[in-house]
Design a protein around this ligand. Structure first.
Ligand code: HAM
Length: 430
């Protein structure tokens, strides 16, 4: 006897049954429509990447979470943990041909061997929006506005989600003001980003290892106590380019009509090393869930990979947390709402008529699910109700004789008789 297989998906991985696809499709649709409205072009790549591309300087949690394997030729490969390195690789490969700035979008399945918690799986789909080759703050504004647009399409109101915004440039200016040398800033960001997940005492140890003395560590923690943009500006005492960039971003948000959805938040640092400027994360207003999306400016990544220097801004927006928020808000899409019409028949003698009816409807653009064998009416209508169809056509011998079909609206059982010859014209969308 063979060993029985495990029916559960591997830990942290999800199966999507048709009922699960309803939510996933609604999320993907909102993402796709928002990206289209804002003029992003779609791209894609294989989920398998060269491991070398994904490994970067130490300190980033994500590098330890990569699923790695060797192929049969001993190549070191990995399942991508995020799309950004792949995007940077693709753009670097064609840097001479592409017309910058480019606005690209994709929905990428990503794998991270994470400690499982609410909102964190070991596999997720991540909508990516990236604008490459544009230094203007409108690039940041555009990606944030596209994400906010997608939230709106999912039924969320501006008050439901907040985009928390900060700037690595501003943080760097503040750290410099505190006397912390620039070469320690990257490590300081990654350490401070762990706040909330790791004890402050442990963060202090990491900061010490990164070369900060006790006074600097103290100052770095105190910096995180800054509550408003005005306070940050006052602490800085001068209008640095990073401060001006951030100010312009908030002004742009007013012009986009979404200023109420964004706020300054000194604690947003981001856990990825490549960010250089404005950084942001979207959260549910109650702050009961993990980040809905996150991103920022990463002006050095292409050059770091060996390409020509090129500015970039982008974000990643996962399907897990937003799914939880939609459930919490009671905004789940209706199951089977896309299923329009079921067609069934009583005996084999009506099979050809049923096929003809389904064919005519499909050609007219009506979604028609054809019963694939003769059924008793009781079975057919029970199945149609379970499948959440809106309408049903059940063909019996009399229909064939009369050359008509009866279209039943399942909600109120109202019935209209329609000659088969004009069925498509009557029901089809013009
Ligand atoms: P990230 O913050 O690591 O950024 O991920 C972005 C979003 O992906 C998160 O806010 C969350 O919605 C989702 N996400 C990440 N990990 C998981 C997980 N284990 N389970 C469920 N959802 C998850 C990036 O990945 C950047 N590459 C984004 C970016 C694009 N920056 C510039 N361009």
């Amino acid at each position: 006897m063979p060993e029985p297989v495990a029916f559960a998906a591997p830990r942290g991985m999800r199966d999507f049954y048709p009922e699960d696809m309803v939510l996933r499709t609604a999320i993907f649709d909102a993402w796709t429509q928002a990206a289209r409205l804002f003029g992003f072009e779609a791209y894609d790549a294989c989920v398998v990447e060269n491991l070398e591309l994904l490994k970067r300087k130490g300190g980033e949690e994500i590098v330890d979470q990569i699923y790695t394997f060797k192929d049969k030729s001993d190549r070191d490969l990995a399942l991508r943990a995020e799309m950004t390195p792949t995007l940077a690789r693709m753009i670097t490969a064609r840097q001479n041909e592409l017309a910058f700035p480019i606005k690209w979008t994709t929905i990428a399945q990503c794998f991270r061997y994470e400690r499982m918690s609410r909102g964190r799986k070991r596999e997720h789909y991540q909508w990516n929006l990236d604008i490459v080759g544009e230094p203007s703050v409108l690039a940041e504004a555009e990606v944030v506005a596209t994400a906010v647009c997608a939230l709106g399409r999912l039924g969320l109101k501006p008050a439901d989600v907040r985009v928390h915004v900060n700037s690595r440039g501003l943080l760097s200016d503040l750290l410099a003001k505190l006397g912390i040398p620039r070469e320690h800033h990257a490590a300081t960001f990654l350490a401070l980003d762990k706040r909330g997940k790791v004890e402050d005492a442990d963060i202090a140890v990491i900061l010490k290892e990164a070369g900060l003395d006790a006074a600097h560590i103290d100052a770095a923690f105190r910096m995180l106590g800054i509550a408003t943009f005005e306070e940050a500006a006052a602490a800085l005492g001068e209008r640095t380019p990073a401060l001006a960039h951030l100010e312009s971003f908030f002004d742009a948000m007013t012009a986009y009509g979404i200023r109420e959805s964004v706020r300054f938040d000194i604690s947003v640092i981001r856990g990825l090393g490549y960010y250089t400027g404005i950084v942001f994360e979207g959260f549910d207003a109650a702050r009961s869930l993990r980040a809905i999306f996150g991103g920022g400016r990463y002006d050095n990544l292409l050059a770091d990979l060996g390409g020509k220097p090129c500015t970039a801004v982008g974000l990643g927006f996962g399907d897990v947390v937003i799914g939880e928020l939609l459930v919490e808000k009671g905004l789940l899409p209706t199951a089977g709402a896309h299923r329009d019409l079921a067609v069934g028949f009583m005996d084999e003698a009506q099979q050809a008529t049923a096929v003809a009816a389904a064919r005519a409807l499909r050609e007219a653009g009506v979604s028609a699910d054809l019963g694939l064998h003769a059924e008793k009416p009781k079975h057919f209508f029970a199945r149609a109700a379970k499948g959440a169809f809106k309408r049903a056509i059940y063909i019996g011998p009399d229909d064939v004789t009369r050359g008509t079909v009866r279209v039943k609206t399942l909600a109120d059982r109202a019935e209209t008789e329609v000659p088969l010859a004009v069925l498509a014209a009557r029901l089809g969308t013009p």
